[in-house]
Design a protein around this ligand. Structure first.
Ligand code: CTP
Ligand code: MG
Length: 233
């Protein structure tokens, strides 16, 4: 039977803000690499058929060693210089898959994505072409230009994006085809590409979770270590 849902775990970054001297997704939290948590979350989910890991150049062997024990690992490939380029590398691997396959793009740097968030993305994808995960912002967010506040969007209209972001493969393929033909393409996330290049396609938002944090700076690693102790065995 053809694979109906692919999870792409994006681990092509080098973790400059973490400053660990190696990609942060290779750091351990709760005794396992962050990448193992992320791949494991999708491997264990019954709705996922295969997992593709996109890794930073020079670290493919380490990623392959981490991903190999997971039964659904289908490929470990090299990413690009930007997150967008890493997504494009993954789309190339999925060339042979039909347009109606569902694909979820997840930040490897989010080790604690739980089954409910993945469930919500998959459920929403039954009825639409693009799904994002959002959490409300507890801080007020303002738009600043040249050190001055120029607008204050009402907090209840704002949502912080998390991942996974889910798409019908045909939709995200088309969006990237248009994006790559645009000389003014600016790197953004995958929903940003759909929003900009396929403006007629609504992006549904489902609820994320505060546990689904992105390990970005050293303080996040401390929080992640704490969250790992609360993880269900
Ligand atoms: N990512 C990727 N390919 C890139 C850049 C980022 O696949 N060229 C992935 C990262 O590995 C991460 C996710 O996209 O899982 C979110 O990116 P971010 O948190 O910015 O990670 P890094 O780019 O590694 O960190 P930094 O920006 O601090 O260098
Ligand atoms: Mg980055």
């Amino acid at each position: 039977m053809a694979t109906r849902t692919v999870a792409v775990v994006l681990a092509g970054g080098t973790g400059e803000r973490m400053g660990a001297g190696r990609p942060k997704q290779l750091m351990d939290v709760g005794g396992r690499p962050i990448l193992a948590h992320a791949v494991g979350a999708f491997d264990a989910h019954p709705g996922i058929g295969e997992v593709v890991v996109v890794m930073a150049a020079g670290h493919l062997r380490a990623a392959a060693a981490i991903a190999a024990p997971f039964r659904k690992t289908a490929a470990v490939i090299e990413g690009g210089a930007t997150r967008t380029a890493s997504t494009v590398a993954a789309l190339r691997v999925l060339d042979e898959h039909p347009d109606d396959v569902r694909v979820l793009f997840h930040d490897a740097a989010r080790p604690f994505v739980g089954p409910p968030v993945i469930d919500r993305v998959l459920d929403a994808l039954d009825g639409c072409e693009a799904v994002a995960v959002g959490v409300p912002s507890s801080d007020t967010i303002v738009v600043v230009e040249d050190g001055v506040v120029v607008s204050m969007p009402p907090r209840e209209t704002l949502s912080r994006f998390q991942t996974p972001q889910g798409f019908r493969l045909g939709t995200i393929r088309k969006a990237y085809e248009l994006a790559l033909a645009d000389p003014a393409l600016r790197a953004t996330d995958d929903c940003g590409i759909v929003h900009r290049y396929l403006p007629g396609v609504p992006i549904r938002i489902v609820a994320g979770s505060e546990r689904n944090l992105k390990v970005t700076q050293p303080l996040d690693a401390v929080i992640a270590e704490h969250l790992a102790t609360e993880e269900a065995p």
